[in-house]
Design a binder for this molecule. Structure first.
Ligand SMILES: C[S@@+](CC[C@H](N)C(=O)[O-])C[C@H]1O[C@@H](n2cnc3c(N)ncnc32)[C@H](O)[C@@H]1O
Length: 351
């Protein structure tokens, strides 16, 4: 086999770049956890000054700073020997509430790498690797990386897009987040001082001060009985519908929980976007559904099992007793590019 030296060098450059990025990924978390970025953002510093301010060892901080400067994560001034952060680096590395929080993404990536052996094994057996089997870093990283998106958009864009939902919330409406998981959305609403809040689901991990109802199987007939007759002005079910074996029953139960005229905010993967349509046309499956890890021995909660065709969701909503106020698409423009569909609905008398 003949080797083209130029192509080989191109490939090796790429590989060395990838290897450097992978090896250095942990250093971003080191910088975050020890407060190195946060303190360095205040002013340019020499290594021993940064070490003193953060209670760390100069020898380590010195090497860390060199690596960070080589990787473009901090700036180095050869005249003074001082290191600093540009406003852009500080924005992405020190503000957990900013639009992009890079350390969260690195925690997610490093957590995902911990599953390498399980994934390799799954290639041999054909069995799945469940979302719940990931390292804790995946969950915490996900939450920290996506939280700023919720924080930046919830009040600025999403709530105003929902007709009178914000006014209702500000007037003290009670809200239930159904299938809330870690309760990110509820946490944000609490911080903003919104009404009475409840998280419902199988596993529920909501911030202190929010009531919760755990071990509710949202696929079961009559699960709303477990909530004890309470009615809600706003029901939220984000990225849950596609996990359920019985989505119609789910909507019927949501309707039972809705106060008169109550709102339902429903989001789910938009299977009508172009990527999904092409995936179906070419490979016979919608993007995000029945992927390589699909395994029917796997806990259902972790799988996307209901393909939410919009016509069907509309039909189910109407039969369950909801009218659609508006439909929006998130993370991309319109139905063709948005990856998530958001249906804003209002409870009505059943037809
Ligand atoms: C993709 S997560 C979405 C979590 C949250 N709503 C969000 O947007 O961040 C799907 C959630 O649905 C829950 N879930 C799926 N199937 C369920 C079932 N049958 N009963 C109860 N919860 C279920 C999972 O436990 C998980 O919390």
């Amino acid at each position: 086999m003949e080797i083209d030296q130029d192509k080989l060098m191109d490939f090796l450059h790429k590989f060395v770049g990838d290897l450097g990025a992978t090896m250095a990924a942990g250093n971003v978390l080191v910088g975050e956890r020890l407060g190195l970025y946060r303190v360095l953002a205040e002013q340019p510093m020499l290594p021993h000054e940064l070490a003193e301010r953060t209670g760390t060892a100069t020898r380590y901080v010195d090497e860390w700073l060199r690596g960070q400067a080589a990787g473009g994560y901090v700036e180095y001034d050869p005249q003074t020997g001082a290191y600093s952060l540009t406003p852009e680096q500080a924005f992405a590395l020190t503000d957990p509430d900013g639009a992009v929080y890079a350390p969260g993404a690195f925690e997610l990536a490093l957590g995902a790498l911990q599953s390498e052996q399980k994934v390799t094994h799954a290639f041999r057996t054909g069995a799945g690797v469940g979302w719940h089997e990931h390292d804790e870093g995946v969950f915490s990283g996900c939450e920290r990386f996506f939280r700023p998106g919720y924080a930046a958009n919830l009040v600025a864009n999403w709530l105003p897009a929902l007709d009178d939902a914000e006014a209702k919330l500000r007037a003290g409406a009670n809200v239930a987040d159904i299938g809330c998981g870690e309760g990110e959305l509820l946490g944000r609403l609490v911080e903003l001082g919104f009404g009475e809040l409840m998280g419902v689901g199988w596993t529920v991990d909501v911030p202190v001060g929010i009531s919760k109802m755990e071990e509710v199987d949202l696929s079961q007939h009559g699960w709303a009985d477990q909530i004890g007759g309470q009615k809600f002005d706003v029901l939220v079910a984000t990225e849950v519908l596609e996990h359920l074996v019985n989505p119609y029953e789910f909507l019927i139960q949501l309707r039972r929980l809705a106060a008169p005229g109550g709102r339902l905010i429903l989001t789910f993967p938009n299977v009508h976007n172009w990527r999904s349509i092409v995936g179906y046309a070419v490979g016979g499956r919608f993007s995000g559904f029945f992927g390589p890890n699909w395994n029917n021995n796997h806990p259902l909660y972790d799988q996307h099992i209901f393909v939410p065709n919009h016509h069907l969701v509309r039909y189910f909503l109407r039969l369950a007793g909801f009218e659609i106020v508006s439909i929006d698409f998130l993370y991309g423009r319109g139905k063709l590019f948005g990856t998530t569909a958001m249906f804003d609905c209002r409870a009505i008398e059943k037809p």
